[in-house]
Design a binder for this molecule. Structure first.
Ligand SMILES: [Zn+2]
Length: 298
């Protein structure tokens, strides 16, 4: 998982969709306010699905949680980060007091059903409960939404919640403070939120996913090394190729960019260089001499 800067499209279609979502949301909220349960129109909230899944979109065609590329034959889900219809904690249904003071299932965060910020592209393994690719361990978020302490049951109350799952589009979130990828492709958790993500999405239980992160870590690691060597050898073409790998991980374009970045950082650490200052220092390290910085042509 990496932080996503979700820049919304400026198209007329997007703006029109937001307006329709707002109208539909108001109707739904009004219904719930009278104690009734309303239907959420999947057709409406999925209308802009292509924006969330676009290769050149904010998520670069990847699952927001595990960074797997969502391809045509593995279509993925548009997941409600806060579940829209009901809420579970692991496999237990969350119960709350209803308007008559009686215990009832949590109605779900229905008031965020059409909120574009509550929608995230997810691969099927991260979203749908399954055991097939996780050694028999149940993984998949579905309706699960664990929080620390207070649980919102009314519109607006979610601002007081402390979710235990990370939303990569949250302003200012630093995913790397919660999860750290090592050379074995393991997502090491540093916080309770990181640990919860590992459990719910099966980040370490899905062997194929761990394997993909090993590959990305190595790609980043050797891209940095090979970039420095190419620079030392005055190979502009070679340097450009390896630099593009590094840049794609930096920009979060490539699958498993968190692992690729970890590999790049690992090589920088090994060589005692700072990535931000890599050109001058790297040349000195590899060739023993300073040269002008190499600025790739666009
Ligand atoms: Zn995923």
């Amino acid at each position: 998982m990496i932080r996503i800067n979700f820049r919304t499209p400026c198209t007329a279609a997007w703006k029109k969709w937001l307006q329709r979502c707002e109208t539909q949301q108001s109707t739904l909220n009004a219904l719930y306010a009278t104690g009734k349960i309303g239907e959420v129109s999947a057709k409406l909230y999925r209308e802009q699905k292509a924006t969330y899944f676009a290769l050149d979109g904010p998520f670069h065609g990847k699952c927001a949680y595990c960074e797997t590329l969502i391809v045509a034959n593995h279509p993925g889900d548009l997941d409600h980060f806060r579940p829209k219809g009901r809420v579970t904690n692991s496999s237990d249904m969350i119960k709350v007091k209803d308007h008559r003071g009686q215990e009832a299932p949590h109605p779900g965060y229905y008031w965020l059903a059409y909120d574009f910020q509550n929608l995230l592209p997810s691969c099927e393994d991260c979203n749908r409960p399954n055991k097939a690719r996780s050694g028999g361990l149940r993984v998949g978020k579905w309706d699960e939404f664990p929080v620390k302490g207070f649980r919102a049951i009314n519109p607006g109350e979610e601002k007081r919640e402390k979710p235990l799952l990370l939303n990569p589009t949250t302003n200012g979130i630093k995913v790397e403070k919660h999860l750290e990828i090592n050379e074995n492709g393991i997502a090491k958790y540093l916080t309770l939120e990181g640990e919860t993500c590992c459990r719910v999405f099966g980040l370490n239980a899905r062997q194929a996913l761990v394997q993909e992160r090993i590959v990305a870590f190595r790609n980043g690691y050797y891209a940095m090394l090979n970039y420095l060597i190419a620079r030392g050898n005055d190979s502009e073409v070679g340097a450009r190729i390896h630099l593009s790998t590094i840049n794609d991980y930096d920009a979060g374009i490539s699958p498993y960019s968190a692992a690729g970045r970890a590999g790049i950082d690992s090589m920088c650490k090994k060589l005692g260089i700072k990535k931000s200052n890599v050109v001058l220092k790297a040349i000195a390290k590899v060739t023993g001499e300073h040269k002008a910085p190499f600025v790739p042509k666009s």
